[in-house]
Design a protein around this ligand. Structure first.
Ligand SMILES: C[S@@+](CC[C@H](N)C(=O)[O-])C[C@H]1O[C@@H](n2cnc3c(N)ncnc32)[C@H](O)[C@@H]1O
Length: 282
């Protein structure tokens, strides 16, 4: 057990205080607000950055972050957790094809927001699915992320060639009907995806914590993003989505997130309880 410090908070209390001060400093100086991210995951990521920078305390990390924007950039990459893949959780796409595509067909034109799109694999997957369903030409996808570096990768549309086998499997399990290799060519040391897949896509930086609604959407996808937020921040972001969805618009959260026990439970009907696909009804 650790010795209590002089003010009685103990080492853990002290570290919590240092984390709060660091997050406050990052917010005030750089405008990135991680203050309501889930504490356990935050702590792990900060420790990883401290180790990589050869620093022993969170306070020393704060010092580096405030005086060296490059350290801030590296920290941002750690905190924003960009893991993603094409046709991730294929069952989500199967459900989207079955339950959401028929609803989207009823609109002459649809706007879809992919919030927290990371390096774009989800966006290319969605574009492929919509083009196979004959809907892509009348869709505009707004793909946003807090992290400018991953958005650059998304725009470039070059993904590791050695991932293509896994992505082909995902694509087929997601209900893909063509040869996946039709969508890319081997170039620039990777798989360059067809430019047509991003013709109707707008990539833009947007911070779900601090930026406001910017359009009205028929569907919003936000998967594997809010798991990193605490309950009050999740509610804030759900409020933003509610404000941004048309009546009867679709909210796709994926199987890790839920509207259950949130302030919005009553305002949506469940289209798929497992894949957490909802429709706004109030
Ligand atoms: C784990 S990835 C999920 C990517 C993709 N949606 C998927 O399911 O594969 C989480 C993404 O959320 C982004 N993110 C984290 N906090 C954010 C915020 N406040 N505003 C916008 N994006 C955020 C991260 O930069 C990261 O790219």
């Amino acid at each position: 057990m650790s010795e209590p410090s002089r003010n009685g908070t103990g080492d853990r209390g002290l570290e919590q205080l240092e984390i709060q001060l660091l997050l406050e400093a990052v917010y005030r100086h750089y405008g990135f607000d991680f203050r309501e991210y889930a504490p356990a995951s935050l702590k792990r990521r900060l420790e990883r950055r401290m180790l990589a920078e050869g620093l022993a305390t969170v306070s020393s990390l704060q010092d580096r972050v405030l005086h060296d924007p490059q350290v801030m950039e590296r920290l941002l990459l750690d905190l924003s957790i960009n893991v993603t893949s094409m046709f991730r959780d294929p069952a989500f796409y199967v459900s989207f094809r079955q339950r959401v595509v028929p609803l989207l067909r009823t609109y002459p034109f649809t706007r879809i927001w992919v919030a927290g799109c990371s390096s774009g694999e989800e966006v290319y997957s969605l574009a492929i699915m919509l083009s196979e369903e004959g809907l892509y030409d009348r869709t505009r996808i707004y793909a946003t992320d807090i992290n400018q570096a991953v958005l650059e990768q998304a725009r470039a549309g070059v993904f590791p060639l050695d991932k293509m086998q896994e992505y082909t499997k995902n694509y087929l399990r997601a209900g893909g009907t063509r040869a996946f290799s039709e969508y890319y060519t081997a170039k620039y040391g990777g798989a360059l995806f067809a430019r047509s897949l991003t013709e109707n896509v707008v990539f833009a930086q947007h911070n779900l914590v601090s930026d406001r609604a910017f359009n009205e959407f028929q569907a919003i996808l936000c998967r594997n993003v809010m798991i990193y937020f605490d309950r009050s921040l999740q509610n804030k972001v759900l409020d933003l989505f509610h404000e941004s969805l048309v009546m009867f618009g679709i909210l796709g959260l994926g199987h890790k997130e839920t509207l259950r026990f949130t302030a919005f439970e009553e305002a949506y009907e469940e289209l798929d309880a497992e894949q957490r696909i909802y429709r706004r009804v109030a």
